[in-house]
Design a protein around this ligand. Sequence first.
Ligand SMILES: NC(=O)c1ccc[n+]([C@@H]2O[C@H](COP(=O)([O-])OP(=O)(O)OC[C@H]3O[C@@H](n4cnc5c(N)ncnc54)[C@H](O)[C@@H]3O)[C@@H](O)[C@H]2O)c1
Length: 418
Amino acid sequence: MTHDVKDLSLAAAGRLRIEWADRTMPVLRQIRERFEQEKPLKGVRIAACLHVTTETGNLMRTLVAGGAESTVCASNPLSTQDEVAAALVSEFGVPTFAVKGESNETYYQHINAALDTKPNITMDDGADLVTTIVSQRGGLVPDIIGGTEETTTGVIRLKSMAAHNVLKYPIIAVNDAQTKHMFDNRYGTGQSTVDGIIRSTNVLMAGTRFVVVGYGWCGRGIAMRARGLGARVVVVEVDAVKGIEAVMDGYDVMPIAEAARIGDVFVTVTGNKNVIRREHFETMKDGAIVCNSGHFNVEIDIPGLETLSVAQREVRPFVREYRLAHGRVVFLLADGRLINLSAAEGHPAAVMDMSFANQALSVEYLVKHARSLERRVYAVPAAIDQEIARLKLASMGLAIDTLTEEQEAYLRSWQEGT
Ligand SMILES: NC(=O)c1ccc[n+]([C@@H]2O[C@H](COP(=O)([O-])OP(=O)(O)OC[C@H]3O[C@@H](n4cnc5c(N)ncnc54)[C@H](O)[C@@H]3O)[C@@H](O)[C@H]2O)c1
């Protein structure tokens, strides 16, 4: 099988959307132009498990330009943009396995189809390729030189694998680059999560009690953007430092049990499981809207909600109404999967530009240096991070200052004081 996509006749529309995203991905485009000349990935087989969006389309074009044989499968059953998947196959010749709304079974068939290409490099968003290799397809390991990981949850899983001595090859944690999480997780997730909630419900944000569970990079962005639209934001945390940060950023901070009673809209972004549970649904207001923007659909206790409910129905695309025994209803969005990628388009291309520049340059780094790396999780080299920031600023026509020689010497010294 060379591909499994919904409908190849969507390819022309997909190309237009991929090209539209490319307009705001200048850093990745520069890398692609250099890759076309230098072919640093010549003959390298890459299996990528990513959200199949327009931006991923441009990353695949970049890897192919560098000489790689690249295959892509979905990293979430609901995040695929079917026209992009079609264009990748028909317009750009990239074997693609992704259909929006695919079952869990098909999801893993697609992962295995990507792995059937015997990759030299894996590119993950959530670590499903690596966990499948380690648990079921260990025979692929000798061909693999290394991998990259796109998101916080994947990095947590991979570090746990390294700690338990089951990680079989080096991984570069793209998520942990400053030019990734400080922008993609914060501004990308911030804007696109609010976008997904509004597209699916058309809720008025002004005056709404908007509960953000988890005040990490994503949570900060979501809270900031919800406040910008006039919502009254409540933050729920388990980390005292994040809690005090949220207070000083001007939000109400309280435990989920208290927030559950007053919230109109709830978003989980913790990377944890069961952070909104049965006992919280029981106390929610009639019409409360609950969704998730963390990586897996385990943040909301959906089985608990199912057992509490006496009736359910789909009332709009991505909106399921659960009627509870006391008569009130709770609306769950996108089956508890990433709301921004399910009901909206995911992050804007301008921010994915830096995330995927990190991916492309990390793959090039692996091709050059993997043999000297151990079986653990590595940071993106600082020089790559700085270079991406420099290129992004330059693409915006912005300049920054450089230290004078005197300032450099002063910052290295200790003698001068009061
Ligand atoms: N939707 C997207 O497009 C997108 C983009 C980037 C990352 N993510 C995912 O979002 C999740 C969060 O990523 P991040 O970069 O913000 O991580 P982070 O580590 O910066 O933040 C997570 C926060 O959640 C808090 N937390 C953990 N358990 C909690 C609980 N039970 N109640 C309240 N707070 C709790 C932690 O203390 C931490 O502050 C991850 O699953 C990540 O993979 C999604």
